[in-house]
Design a protein around this ligand. Structure first.
Ligand SMILES: Cc1ncc(COP(=O)(O)O)c(C=O)c1O
Length: 391
């Protein structure tokens, strides 16, 4: 179904294109309305075409789109101040995507290793994790099928099972080249498996004891998705490095690597950079996103409406599904069998769905979703699942 002049890199491209959007709704080119249950994969957290984002975009576009990072960029400085404050971090590096934010974090681990006199550094990551498609982030990711065909992948990664404290402690005792542990607070593409409080505490402790860096990939979990600015804020720990992207500019490309403490000031001038990172326009848009989240009290709303959604899913789907996992408005509904074909069944019920791990529907609705829309979403989803299981 891919257009002939587009590389066919994506599965499940459906025969549908959208012309406009508003809030949780999208209209296709035939003017048919659909409920979007995954917000462009956790990107449009404020919903489609949010008026504040549109206003900020137009306002800044009339003034200045881009200057190079050879000059001060005042919007970038404002955004760095705001983000470091809400994230409990000290410094920011801006780039254009989640993979790039993780690349920055991984390059930092190499600089950190050199400082410690380690020549062959190892970063511990999780099996089933997803950190991006560039060579370093693909190598960091613990999903083998994504790496197949691109070997040799980068060396310097070792993979452990999420939440297995025994395995992690054993590895820590055996490997003197470890410099960092990197994980997602909730595995997104891996199927909505969350790190436990005990596991995160254990990682923090090991990183402190051994002078390693704790890196949280908050590309998907950040910017309010779990009901906090960042997923880690649901726990009592703080990482040394956070990466974020997706929802930060509600649909415009941006990424950020945030650092604190021993992760600060590791890159010397000239050691890292990107042309478009932190431009005046993108930072103005991201600032409007953060301000709007605050103005609409969306963190609290996400906690409440997330619980409401989870309860409704349990009530309506309980007996038909294997499990509901996740937190806030990042929920996975695991079905008893491979369910890729459910995407086109969803279209018949005018709901846009996303499937991860072949058997899990990933729900990432806009944080502005209200109770009535949640009821509507669950109703459409229940009908879709009924049709799928009957088929
Ligand atoms: C946790 C996580 N990290 C990294 C990435 C890669 O981000 P991008 O596609 O913007 O490069 C993603 C994308 O889905 C992600 O979910």
């Amino acid at each position: 179904m891919t257009h002939s002049s587009i590389m066919p890199t994506y599965y499940s491209q459906l025969p549908i294109a959208f012309a406009r959007g508003r809030g949780v709704w999208l209209w296709d080119t035939e003017n048919v309305k659909y409920l979007d249950s995954f917000s462009g994969i956790a990107v449009c957290n404020l919903g489609h075409s949010h008026p504040e984002v549109t206003k900020a975009t137009i306002k800044q576009a009339k003034l200045l789109l881009h200057t190079s990072n050879n000059f001060r960029i005042l919007n970038q400085e404002k955004l760095a101040d705001k983000l470091t404050k809400v994230a409990g971090m000290e410094q920011a590096f801006f780039c254009n995507s989640g993979a790039e934010a993780n690349e920055a974090a991984l390059k930092l681990t190499r600089v950190y290793a050199r400082k410690k006199g380690i020549q062959n550094p190892v970063v511990v990551t999780m099996k089933n994790s997803f950190h991006g498609r560039t060579f370093a982030t693909l190598s960091a990711s613990g999903i083998e099928r994504l790496q197949t065909g691109f070997e040799p992948i980068l060396s310097g990664f070792t993979y452990v099972t999420l939440n297995d404290i025994f395995e992690l402690k054993k590895l820590a005792a055996e490997n003197a080249n470890i410099v960092a542990i990197m994980l997602e607070p909730i595995q997104g593409d891996g199927g909505l498996f969350a790190a436990t409080k005990e596991y995160l505490n254990c990682i923090r402790q090991l990183c402190d004891q051994n002078d390693w860096l704790m890196i949280l990939d908050e590309v998907q979990t950040g910017i309010g998705r779990t009901g906090k600015w960042f997923g880690y804020q649901n726990f009592d720990i703080i990482p040394d490095i956070i990466t974020n992207s997706k929802a930060l500019a509600n649909g415009f490309p941006i990424g950020v690597c945030l650092v604190r403490g021993k992760a600060c000031n590791l890159f010397a001038p000239g050691k890292h950079g990107t042309t478009f990172g932190g431009s005046p326009i993108i930072c103005a848009i991201a600032l409007s996103v953060l301000e709007t989240i605050e103005k609409l009290n969306l963190l609290e709303h996400t906690q409440e409406i997330g619980r409401y959604l989870q309860d409704k899913l349990q009530q309506k789907l309980g007996s038909k599904i294997v499990a509901i996992r996740g937190c806030g408005l990042m929920l996975g509904v695991e079905l008893p069998k491979n369910c890729l074909s459910i995407l086109s069944i969803g279209l018949k019920h005018h709901i846009l769905l996303n499937v991860v791990n072949n058997n899990t529907i990933r729900l990432l609705p806009a944080l502005i979703i209200n109770e009535r829309q949640v009821d509507d979403l669950v109703k459409r989803l229940a009908k879709t699942i009924d049709d799928f299981l009957a088929g």
